[in-house]
Design a protein around this ligand. Structure first.
Ligand code: GCU
Length: 600
């Protein structure tokens, strides 16, 4: 048995070695809630070397060699070259980089005063897609995955005074990446989220879970995890507004279980109440804003805080339409979420990858529930030997970052994967089980679009739904699939009659202002055609058993280079709003529909 375990461990290490590259240390478990820590921002201008051909590797640019003899020279330098802003995607910052899917080397200098007993970490909110990180000429680690945070401890690498941090960023698509090669959004590369240096004591609070026990409106069931020496410590959790003071102790692995009750005012879209929560151990203190709510499926209903709720949602990509760039800030979050509110939404599906923390926290403040999704999109190479580990790592990173965000009510583990893809169903079942083990308090789902539609009857059959709390499905009747009869007579058959149904995508394309032309021809790209899809869909919704929510695809027109028609011009035009902020006719249909549901 032990031999068996050792062999498995060896195989995992080997897989990691090849997945991450020789000489590399994979990133460490990232601490949560960076902004409540002793953190110094490394945002701002970084010097860069553009390397579309990948020559920086053999030139070893991270060594920053400088000529010593008058006859020496090196054909690179970070000094005197271009600069890029961090956070930010590189594609939108220089015209030469618009379509780059390749390497850019980033460099930032920082000064540090070494203090005995302190630990130092460099923390990245996200880098799309591969990051190789060097400090003072030494490789400190690598990370794969464009949408989740990671960190490296640099306590023993950092120098007194000036330090040089270099990051090789590569956003080339990988066949065995997550997502894989093909996806319908813009592949913004770069250091797209905030970078911080975080100083801690010898032992710090790495992570905690402070949320209601499933099914309860007053009992918190959670834990706290310490990192460092001296893990057995006195732990306190305080919620001053409720006069709550809870004390416990961590065990010698640094984990303390939490279990306390209080008369919480529950968080909901109508009343997005958050409490200041203080988490303390003997060597660290963290503050958070936490809300308490309960989300469940009861029979065929989605139930929030004990009451059935109809989900009025909209899909959003992490893109600032006006800047034609990755959304990166609080202002960007407000811009996107204000529009979701105006449409009448109570949930935003943050498609198709975990969005930045500004989005999630802002949604929470505004009373918008959040659907968070892994970039497990369409054709993933589930049978590739490195993919299961990538899936699990990304899942852990997504759940860890947002497990205390009560707004997050759904973990969506995949979108439009196909039953015919080898190992797809077994890998996704296994991922579902891992997600449940990490967090049993939220709904877990998979989004599927390979349903049947014959004789004006829509049928839902994919067995993966057995492992989903909700039947989330994308259907484009009226756009990719023509209507086979009257929408009011469309029938629905489901192999899972007991589960709530959520239409996670529907819609069609229209160019704003393109109102003239035949309204019954898709190829005319008219707003009227799109409007008709929406009015027909709304008629059909009445026939869907257990319908628990709908989510148009999507809020704004967004960049997608595979969209090649001149009227698309590199945009997916299924937005209810154009990239310039103009509301299309379908927007009004949808807003009216959501408003009509208000008192039901
Ligand atoms: C899919 C997919 C979206 C995509 C949309 C479309 O269903 O999930 O990411 O962009 O279809 O075709 O516009």
């Amino acid at each position: 048995m032990n031999n068996f375990k050792t062999n498995i461990a060896k195989r995992i290490r080997l897989v990691l070695f090849f997945a991450l590259g020789a000489n590399a240390v994979s990133s460490q478990t990232a601490m949560i809630n960076i902004l409540s820590r002793n953190a110094t921002s490394l945002n701002g201008n970084w010097n860069v070397i553009l390397d579309p051909l990948g020559g920086g590797e053999w030139r070893q640019v991270w060594l920053e060699k400088k000529p010593t003899l008058k006859t020496d020279f090196f054909e690179y330098s970070f000094e005197g070259g271009p600069q890029l802003k961090v956070p930010g995607d590189f594609n939108s910052q220089m015209p030469e980089l618009t379509y780059l899917e390749g390497t850019v080397w980033y460099k930032k200098e920082f000064r540090y005063t070494v203090t005995a007993g302190k630990r130092l970490f460099v923390h990245f909110g996200a880098v799309n897609y591969l990051a190789d990180v060097y400090l003072n000429g030494e490789k400190i680690g690598v990370h794969e995955g464009g949408f989740t945070p990671f960190q490296f401890e640099i306590t023993t690498n950092v120098k007194e005074g000036a330090n040089s941090l270099i990051v090789k960023v590569d956003n080339k698509r990988l066949k065995n990446g997550l997502p894989g090669i093909g996806y319908d959004w813009f592949n913004y590369g770069g250091i797209t989220r905030d970078v911080h240096l975080v100083e801690t004591g010898a032992t710090y609070i790495e992570d905690y879970h402070i949320q209601l026990r499933k099914g309860s409106s007053k009992e918190v069931l959670g834990w706290i995890k310490l990192n460092g020496e001296g893990k057995q410590q006195r732990i306190k959790v305080r919620i001053p507004e409720l006069g709550l003071k809870y004390s416990t102790k961590s065990d010698n692995s640094g984990v303390a279980k939490l279990n306390f009750s209080s008369a919480f005012k529950l968080w909901s879209p109508d009343s997005p109440k958050l409490y200041k929560v203080v988490v303390e151990c003997e060597t660290d203190t963290i503050e958070d804003e936490i809300g308490f709510r309960n989300i469940e499926v009861k029979g065929s209903k989605i139930v929030l805080n004990g009451k059935p709720i109809f989900i009025k949602a909209v899909n959003i990509h992490e893109e600032n339409p006006y800047k034609r760039a990755r959304a990166i800030s609080q202002d960007d979050a407000v811009l996107l979420l204000d529009q979701a509110k105006e449409l009448g939404c109570n949930l935003v599906r943050l498609a198709h990858y975990p969005h930045n923390e500004y989005m999630v926290k802002q949604a929470e403040k505004m009373g918008l529930m959040v659907w968070s999704e892994l970039p497990v999109y369409q054709h993933i190479e589930f049978a590739d030997s490195v993919v299961p580990l990538k899936l699990e790592t990304m899942l852990k990173e997504m759940v860890r970052r947002d497990r205390n965000r009560c707004a997050v009510v759904v973990w969506s583990l995949s979108n439009e994967t196909y039953t015919g893809t080898p190992k797809r169903t077994e890998e996704l079942i296994s991922l579902t089980e891992k997600c449940k083990a990490l967090d049993s308090t939220r709904l877990i789902t998979h989004v599927i679009n390979d349903q049947g539609y014959k004789n004006n009857t829509f049928s839902v059959w994919d067995t993966l739904y057995r492992y989903s709390d909700i039947i989330a499905l994308n259907e484009y009747i009226g756009w990719y699939i023509p209507w086979q009869g009257s929408p009011t007579e469309t029938k629905w058959e489901t192999a899972f009659p007991d589960k709530p149904v959520f239409i996670s995508e529907f819609g069609g394309e229209a160019l704003y202002g393109s109102k003239h032309g035949p309204t019954d021809e898709a190829a005319s790209w008219t707003e009227e055609y799109q409007e008709k899809i929406y009015t027909d869909q709304i008629k059909m919704f009445k026939n869907i058993p257990n319908l628990s929510g709908v989510c148009p695809w999507l809020l704004f027109d967004y960049r997608s280079i595979g969209r090649m028609h001149p009227l698309q011009n590199g945009y997916n035009r299924k937005g209810l709003i154009s990239e310039k902020g103009e509301k299309k006719k379908a927007w009004h249909v949808m807003q009216k529909y959501f408003n009509s549901l208000n008192n039901k």
